[in-house]
Design a protein around this ligand. Structure first.
Ligand SMILES: N[C@@H]1[C@@H](O)[C@H](O)[C@@H](COP(=O)(O)O)O[C@@H]1O
Length: 261
């Protein structure tokens, strides 16, 4: 696992957007796994800026969704499909025909989960999966004690996650669904490159557990330690509880420039 400490969220967004752009230059139809929440927004802004400046061609890029609320109509502004259309696809000018995501409205939720897991494999697998992290260490919607081998499935949200996400629903926790579909941790680990972005002091404990704690289902993001190519990008505040921060700074500053993240 590589840990990159950046000065602020914008720098993290630029670094990750450049990794995505570099991937798309080598593989124009790469499958990018994208995440919701506020943390990844600087990545999408930076990638959009590169596309508009002609620094990368995103016209053949494919986009895959990480997780979704169950029961929200697809056109609900806070369904993750709507959020990704608004924050990622439309700014990039990528059509919905290049997008794949789980069906949070399906009557057969389990069938929808299995279908989505298979769709990712059939698409050749995710090339780069961007992840945020919950305050409790969740990735996607894999709450603490999710199986590290889990596949795409339905999960029940913890009260804390519903409180955290209520801000997207006018501050009304009652509007936040209890159930979600999420790529499993085993599913996420099949992506070729995992990039987790965490910013702000509120994520510092979760980041320390992810990077320096044991691999343990109680901190789902710690599963990144099992992946051969995982990058954790953190701002100074999110890095503030890392004991090895100086070591991470030193190794990143001295790595070969051509290597990227
Ligand atoms: N399912 C999403 C996660 O994918 C995201 O990482 C998390 C953190 O969101 P934020 O980046 O807004 O803190 O929120 C939700 O729970």
């Amino acid at each position: 696992m590589e840990v990159v400490i950046v000065p602020d969220a914008a720098a993290g967004g630029e670094l990750i957007a450049e990794a995505m752009a570099d991937l798309l230059r080598r593989k124009p139809d790469a499958l990018l796994g994208v995440a919701t929440g506020s943390t990844p927004l600087p990545v999408y802004e930076a990638l959009t800026a590169k596309a508009r400046a002609g620094a990368v061609d995103v016209s053949r890029a494919r986009i895959a969704q990480l997780d979704e609320y169950v029961g929200l109509p697809a056109e609900h502004p806070e369904s993750y499909r709507s959020v990704l259309r608004r924050e990622v696809l439309e700014p990039l000018g990528v059509g919905m025909d290049q997008f794949t995501g789980p069906d949070g409205t399906a009557e057969d939720v389990q069938g929808a989960c299995e279908a989505y897991d298979k769709a990712l494999t059939d698409a050749g697998g995710v090339d780069l999966q961007l992840l945020g992290i919950g305050t409790d260490g969740h990735i996607g919607f894999n709450e603490p004690c999710s199986s590290l081998a889990s596949r795409t499935r339905i999960k029940t949200l913890t009260e804390q996650t519903r409180i955290d996400n209520a801000r997207f629903f006018g501050g009304d926790i009652e509007q936040v669904p209890h159930h979600v579909i999420t790529q499993g941790i085993g599913t996420i680990l099949e992506a070729r490159h995992l990039v987790l972005l965490a910013t702000g002091e509120g994520k510092a404990d979760a980041v320390a557990a992810t990077v320096e704690g044991p691999v343990a289902a109680v901190c789902p993001a710690s599963a990144l330690q099992l992946h051969p190519h995982a990058t954790v990008v953190v701002d100074e505040a999110a890095a503030s509880k890392l004991k090895l921060a100086d070591y991470f700074r030193h190794t990143y500053a001295n790595k070969p420039e051509w290597q990227g993240i």
